[in-house]
Design a protein around this ligand. Structure first.
Ligand code: EPZ
Length: 429
């Protein structure tokens, strides 16, 4: 298995192009099941999760083509994928595939909305918490879908089609909102989604669905209204920039010091994370096609953070921020409110010399003078990249094992960092 070796101590200086958002690309690809016409998605990141979802969609009968390189494109310019679901032959999503990627469970919504039936494996356990699907099933039930659970599968049936309804989520859920919106586009009548997630990836999905002929208002607010239509058609859509990748590299620069332009991205996608970085001592300077992150001289200040649904501080940046705070001049308190078990990186950061104490749903991070490199093993995607951030300043070599976690969500990580001066390499085998 591949591993990544980082020799800490180099500042980051240069430009990092930001890829399309994984967490937008996945639901957008799933939305291709809603129509028999082609959906062309641009700026799709080259990630293991994208490849896996193509396999899952292919198993339902969705064809895809990946467009070759075009003039002016670089290795980091996202790929264009055309998806065609004109001949869906199988509405079952088997355990072997769904177990590998939780988001693939969301195929249940377009399948039952368009074909009146779906059989989708329950996603099973996940390293960052129990992550149930009860709210997704509640949304479908509200839309008139009959839901039964049998031998680890959810069997969803709506032979007469879906009916618009009011769906009031008791807690903010990204997956629940994606599923409710996708299903409601083809329901008869109006659906009102209350307490909807406001994440930019929800807005991106809704923008694409509107291009496909859906009637949706309120995306990005707590109340989304969907007026169902009889059918959707093809469209061309560009995936929005990855705000978590953006925030991760911003934190890497804040950690090492230096000056890096993050391009093909938008500061307005991560307001609270950038605010926190400013408080910690980084400068954020807007540029035409992104923004610059700079930290010269001064040390890092400790900042307390609580994860929250958008526009709050994202749980997907919590591990990276914790890595940053291990070097702050004082103690910071980081509270995780979205997932109950998203602190596995604490023990791993400790191997590099971090001083972190857990207190219920919070971690108290006492900044230290220095971290020291060590072999480490990560347990999930964002936890692994927090080790990269720590490794960039740790003395000596940090070797990160189980790199496949990183490959799920970070396109060309070593190339992007090494071009800015990091000493980082992938060791195969
Ligand atoms: C999405 O997961 C993201 N995944 C996650 O990113 C991200 O951490 C999360 O949103 C929160 O921002 C994708 O977009 C593919 P939720 P999702 O439904 O949709 C509870 C990454 O690293 N809940 O908003 O699954 C749930 O347990 C990943 O890229 C229920 O109780 O998250 C959690 O506590 C990891 N019942 C909370 O809601 C349900 O039916 C928020 O979950 C559904 C969710």
């Amino acid at each position: 298995m591949d591993r990544i070796r980082i020799t800490g101590g180099a500042e980051l200086n240069g430009t990092i192009p930001i890829s399309g958002a994984k967490n937008a690309a996945l639901p957008l690809m799933i939305a291709s099941l809603l129509t028999g016409e082609a959906l062309e998605l641009r700026n799709v990141p080259r990630l293991a999760d994208v490849g896996l979802l193509l396999r899952i969609l292919g198993n339902h009968g969705v064809d895809h083509t990946v467009t070759g390189k075009r003039p002016g494109q670089t290795a980091e310019t996202g790929q264009t994928i055309r998806l065609g679901a004109s001949s869906v032959i199988d509405t079952t999503a088997p355990y072997e595939l769904v177990a590998k990627m939780r988001a693939s469970f969301w195929v249940i919504a377009p399948l039952v909305a368009r074909f009146g039936e779906a059989k989708v494996s329950l996603p099973g356990g996940c390293a960052i918490g129990t992550r149930p699907v009860d709210l997704l099933l509640m949304a479908l039930t509200r839309l008139g879908v009959e839901v039964a659970i049998d031998a680890g599968y959810v069997i969803a049936k709506a032979p007469k089609g879906l009916k618009g309804a009011e769906i009031d989520f008791p807690k903010v859920t990204v997956s629940g909102t994606h599923v409710a919106v996708m299903a409601a586009t083809l329901a008869e009548g109006q659906t009102i989604i209350e307490n909807a997630a406001r994440e930019p990836e929800i807005v991106d999905l809704c923008d694409c669905l509107v291009k496909m002929g859906a009637r949706i208002t309120g995306a990005g607010t707590r109340r989304i209204v969907v007026d169902g239509v009889a059918r959707l058609h093809g469209a061309v859509h560009t995936v929005l920039p990855d705000r978590i990748e953006t925030g991760t590299y911003a934190m890497a620069v804040a950690m090492t010091g230096g000056d890096v332009l993050l391009e093909n991205t938008r500061a307005d996608l991560l307001p609270s994370a950038l605010d926190v970085l400013r408080q910690a001592g980084a400068e954020i300077i807007p540029e035409r096609d992104g923004f610059r992150v700079r930290r010269n001289g001064g040390g890092l200040r400790p900042v307390d953070v609580v994860t929250d649904p958008y526009p709050g501080f994202p749980t997907d940046l919590q591990a990276q921020f914790m890595a940053l705070m291990t070097r702050a001049g004082g103690t910071s308190r980081i509270r995780e409110t979205i997932f109950e078990n998203r602190f596995m990186h604490v023990q791993v950061l400790a191997r590099l010399g971090a001083q972190i104490r857990l207190d219920g749903d919070a971690a108290l991070v006492e900044g230290v003078e220095r971290l020291t490199g060590a072999p480490v093993m990560a347990t999930d995607l964002r936890a692994s990249v927090s080790l990269v951030i720590a490794g960039l300043v740790a003395e000596g070599d940090t070797e990160i094992h189980r790199v496949y976690h990183l490959d799920r969500g970070f396109e060309a990580l070593e190339a992007k960092l090494s071009r800015c001066g990091a000493r980082i390499e992938r060791i195969s085998g």
